[in-house]
Write a protein that binds this ligand. Structure first.
Ligand SMILES: [Zn+2]
Length: 280
């Protein structure tokens, strides 16, 4: 899809599964299982959506999925699907790991930064050797010293190698990385997650990351049990959903499999998704 001079593609690192109860927080199962049917281990299917952007003669990759540094036990727990995965999909669009100039991680949970690194001779090294990697400084600090509640979401091999290679470019608050690519700190899921807003050609695209992980999470109280600050998520969902609906933005959800993009229409105080198909 084109936004003026900026071009982007929605690509995925495939799918994985997480516990449906944890994904829908206080929402009772009879309600969420209708929209997001669980498997026999109560897990729901989720995509790991990334955006590949070509703008200002640069290649930018937002989110790097779960990567391939997984043992058999965790592959079974999370049900990662097989190839093609993220790196194969870069190549389809004329990019490659070496060509990527900027990698953006909305936050450092394993399903957002897995391909940041890969194993070479048993050692995790940066996959995108020529890129600068961007995250909030406070998120990197937190990832190194998480709480007992969210420790399972952080794997040091996804973020420590770029400290050694000095590839981190750390933000303190919002930033426009290049014209038309804005990173916005949106706390709730954790303290320093970011959403991404793309603008160009009179259009606006808003990548929700884990603020609204799937289309099923559009109703305000449908908030993940994983969120560290659910009331902040609630506030931020209201703020950004109302704005996106009012201004006709295209939303792209971080983990939606079936209808990852769409615009919002207000209907009796609720927001309904009108799915939009992007060109492959
Ligand atoms: Zn996530």
């Amino acid at each position: 899809m084109k936004l003026g001079d900026l071009e982007f593609w929605l690509i995925t690192d495939g799918t994985f599964r997480l516990d449906g109860g944890a994904m829908f927080g206080v929402i009772p199962k009879p309600m969420w299982e209708r929209v997001s049917p669980p498997d026999n281990r109560n897990r729901i299917l989720m995509a790991m959506n990334s955006l590949l952007i070509r703008a200002a003669a640069k290649w930018i990759l937002i989110e790097t999925g779960a990567g391939d540094k997984w043992d058999a036990k965790r592959t079974d727990i999370y049900a990662f699907d097989g190839p093609p995965r993220l790196l194969d999909k870069l190549i389809v669009h004329g990019a490659s790991p070496e060509k990527i100039d900027i990698v953006i991680n909305t936050h450092l949970h394993f399903d957002h930064c897995g391909w940041n690194t890969r194993f070479v001779n048993g050692e995790a090294v940066p996959t995108f050797s020529n890129a600068r990697y961007i995250v909030q400084r406070a998120e990197l600090e937190h990832a190194k010293d998480p709480s007992d509640r969210d420790r399972a979401s952080y794997f040091p091999e996804n973020f420590m190698p770029m400290e050694r290679s000095r590839q981190w470019s750390l933000l303190e608050g919002d930033a426009e990385v290049i014209p038309g690519v804005e990173l916005i700190r949106v706390p709730g899921h954790n303290a320093d997650m970011m959403c991404v807003r793309l603008t160009g050609g009179g259009k606006t695209v808003f990548f929700t990351a884990d603020l609204i992980p799937t289309a099923a999470h559009l109703p305000f109280p449908w908030i993940m049990g994983y969120d560290l600050y659910p009331l902040t998520t609630l506030e931020n969902k209201k703020k950004w959903i109302e704005r996106a609906a009012g201004e006709g933005w295209l939303l792209i959800f971080g983990h939606e499999t079936k209808t990852p993009c769409g615009t919002l229409r207000e209907q009796k105080g609720k927001y309904v998704l009108e799915p939009v198909l992007l060109d492959a």
